[in-house]
Design a protein around this ligand. Structure first.
Ligand code: BTN
Length: 278
């Protein structure tokens, strides 16, 4: 995309701190943004958010860091978090959900991130189940949600989002190049972190509100609209055991439906999905 067509060009110089006052001035969120916690550097915004949640910090708190020394990804992976270039943030959510429905928060967040990215790039990204945001098959954003539950209800969810904005592929570690991308690489222009952040909070606020008020049925078709593995042959590693079949979309609760070679449909609640060639 030529930079001139891109709506979110940065005016702040490279390496500038996030202008949180500007972000807040652009917000009219109902649920999110009850408090902001801005850190120059932290091990992980999810870990910090959890400490805040444990001492009763209210729903909607947003924890943002300029860099993370131990940014965490799914399945024990690391999340590269260089300073002043991307977005690393976590939300404290206290949804009225049963523990088995907690993964719906992640799916809902994936819709919000995809909608934000789509608004800036003017082309929708895809979602790789459950929550990777991909552009042309390369990872642009990731979501890590961690729920704390009692037997009946979710007590709180820490929803962490990492979004690659001004992170040139050339500066990424060798093992990420070819597999990851950033908005600046996709647009050819440095991106306003403030504009993307305020839009992301706004989109998440709306999607989370839809989930709370109307249930997952309101979110599911929007998630599926971004799911480009529907009908594709996939392998899902479920607890270390591979299941091969065809991805059929999400069931009513948010589990991935995979139809195996015998035509039996299985609902997968956790795992990693890998597309297969045939
Ligand atoms: C993944 O795709 O594996 C999930 C990546 C999630 C990264 C974000 S960055 C902000 C928050 N803090 C963390 O330590 N991780 C999440």
């Amino acid at each position: 995309m030529p930079p001139s067509e891109f709506l979110g060009i940065a005016s702040a110089p490279p390496g500038a701190a996030l202008d949180l006052a500007l972000v807040r001035a652009q917000l009219s969120a109902k649920r999110l943004g009850s408090s902001f916690h801005y850190l120059q550097e932290i091990d992980s915004t999810n870990s910090y958010a959890r400490q805040l949640a444990e001492v009763g910090t209210a729903e909607g708190a947003i924890i943002i860091a300029e860099s993370q020394t131990q940014g965490r990804g799914r399945l024990g992976r690391r999340w590269q978090s260089p300073p002043f270039s991307n977005l690393y943030l976590s939300f404290i959510l206290r949804p009225d959900l049963s523990p088995r429905h907690a993964p719906q928060i992640t799916l809902t967040a994936a819709v919000a991130v995809a909608e934000t990215v789509g608004a800036f790039l003017r082309r929708a990204p895809s979602i790789k189940w459950p929550n990777d945001i991909l552009f042309d098959g390369k990872k642009l954003a990731g979501i890590l949600s961690e729920a704390v539950c009692d037997t009946e209800r979710v007590e709180y969810v820490i929803l962490g989002i990492g979004l690659n904005l001004n992170y040139p592929v050339d500066a990424m570690p060798e093992e990420l190049r070819g597999r990851a991308t950033s908005m600046a690489d996709l647009t050819g222009a440095r991106v306003s972190r403030e504009n993307v952040l305020s839009r992301l909070i706004q989109d998440l606020d709306r999607c989370y509100g839809d989930l709370g008020e109307s249930g997952f049925e309101m979110v599911r078709p929007r998630w599926e609209a971004h799911f480009d593995l529907r009908g594709r042959r996939v392998r899902v590693d479920v607890g270390g055991r591979p299941l091969v079949g065809w991805a059929r979309g999400l069931d009513r609760e948010g589990a991935l439906i995979v139809e195996d070679e015998q035509g039996e449909r299985r609902s997968i609640v956790a795992g990693d999905v890998i597309p297969l060639e045939i």
